[in-house]
Every structure is written in structure tokens, then in C-alpha cells.
Design a protein around this ligand. Structure first.
Ligand SMILES: [Zn+2]
Length: 228
């Protein structure tokens, strides 16, 4: 039986799954030369025996020669769908409400969570890229233009670990025009990448507000003790 790795919503992780059935539906639009495949599979998680349906939608574009097709990323959908990926507001609660940079980053993070919930992983990855760039810009670390150098600068500033730095470099593959370099992140990939970006935002921009809040409370408490 064919095995593939997929995200099991019951185990909440990527697991080995058995492909119980597979059906391919091919549609060709002769006038535009665009061909699409709809690949439906019934999968069973080897860990917990949960059954689910996976749909991969492939789109190809004829780039000139008859045998040379540029394959786009497959868009993957599941039924039942993966759990909703919710934005965690907690860290933003103590941050000033009128900080333009923070509001922009928060808005992108919310959009990324919506994209992940709807299994639009390539779009989510582009959003995560924007979170990293906006965080870099908010930190005033210098006027670097490309993402590769920005990620390295965040690493050198001690704001991301060596492994997080290597992980974030994956983002550069998203949106790359060369077909063979296009990378389609899985649910697990995209949620892990989001968590790295979220940690970066918390550590570099938000944690200080938690500390300021605690310091103010400590000062008030000390003043009260002093008055007694
Ligand atoms: Zn499972």
C-alpha cells in the first residue's frame, strides 16, 4: 500500500498515512493550453486509524514547447479540514495601541493565521516573510534590502537562534519564479515557520512591554512599602 506523510488533525502532527484509494481527474483547456489535475485520495493515519480525504489541485502552464510544462505548486485541501489556526493576541495586550509598526505586524500575523486556517500555505509563507521583514524594519538594524541579509542580521543581533535562522531562510524559496525551486510548505512546515516568526516578534518587540509593566508594578509596590 502506498504511504505518504500528511497532517493528521486527530494526532495534530504529520504522520505516515496509507493511501486507501486514489482518483485523478484531468481537465484540459485546449484554447489556453492550461491543464489541471484534481487528485483525490482517501487516507488513513497509521497512528490513530482516522480516515480523511485529501484533494491536490495541480495546475500546469504550457511555457512554449509541447513537452515542457511548468508545474505550479499543488494546492492541498483536506476534509475534514485541519483545525482553525487562531491568532494569539496575548502578547499584544500590553503593547501601545498607537504603534504603527506593531499594528502593521499584528495585522499581517492575523492574515497569516487566516491563510493557514484555509490551507493557503504559499500565501501564508509570503505573509510570514512580510512579518520577518516588518520586524527587521521596526528594529532599525540598518538599511538592508534583501531578506537573506535581514535574516542574517537578526541572527547576528541574537534575536533568533542558529536553527531559527536556517529555518527562516526557507522563506526565500517561496515565490521564487524558477519552477524547480518552488517549495510547497505542508501544514506542519507552515505552522512551524509561523511560530519562529511569532517568537521573533515577541522576543524583539513585545517582551519589553511585559517587563515595563512588571517594573511599574514593582515600583508601585515598593513605594507603598516605603510609605508604611
Ligand atoms: Zn492520526
Amino acid at each position: 500500500m502506498t504511504k505518504i506523510k500528511d497532517y493528521c488533525y486527530n494526532c495534530s502532527r504529520d504522520t505516515n498515512c496509507s493511501v486507501l484509494a486514489k482518483e485523478k481527474n484531468s481537465i484540459r483547456n485546449y484554447s489556453s493550453g492550461v491543464e489541471s489535475y484534481d487528485l483525490l485520495s482517501i487516507l488513513r493515519c497509521d497512528g490513530c486509524d482516522t480516515l480523511f480525504v485529501r484533494r491536490d489541485l495541480y495546475d500546469s502552464t504550457d511555457i512554449g514547447t509541447s513537452e515542457d510544462y511548468l508545474f505550479w505548486d499543488a494546492q492541498t485541501f483536506h476534509w475534514p479540514s485541519n483545525p482553525k489556526f487562531n491568532f494569539n493576541e496575548e502578547h499584544f495586550l500590553l503593547a501601545p495601541k498607537d504603534d504603527e509598526n506593531l499594528n502593521k505586524i499584528k495585522s499581517i500575523m492575523q492574515q497569516v493565521c487566516i491563510a493557514i486556517s484555509n490551507e493557503i500555505h504559499t500565501l501564508a509563507a509570503i505573509g510570514i516573510r512580510a512579518i520577518v521583514e516588518a520586524t527587521y524594519d521596526a528594529l532599525n538594524l540598518g538599511n538592508l534590502r534583501n531578506l537573506e541579509k535581514k535574516i542574517d542580521a537578526l541572527g547576528e543581533a541574537g534575536l533568533i537562534t542558529k536553527i531559527e535562522r536556517e529555518t527562516l531562510h526557507l522563506l526565500r524559496l517561496v515565490g521564487n519564479s524558477a519552477a524547480h525551486e518552488v517549495w510547497t510548505p505542508s501544514y506542519q512546515d507552515i505552522t512551524n515557520l509561523y511560530k519562529v516568526a511569532q517568537r521573533l516578534v515577541e522576543k524583539s518587540l513585545l517582551d519589553k512591554f511585559i517587563q515595563i509593566n512588571l517594573a511599574e508594578k514593582a515600583k508601585l509596590a515598593a513605594d507603598r512599602i516605603g510609605k508604611k
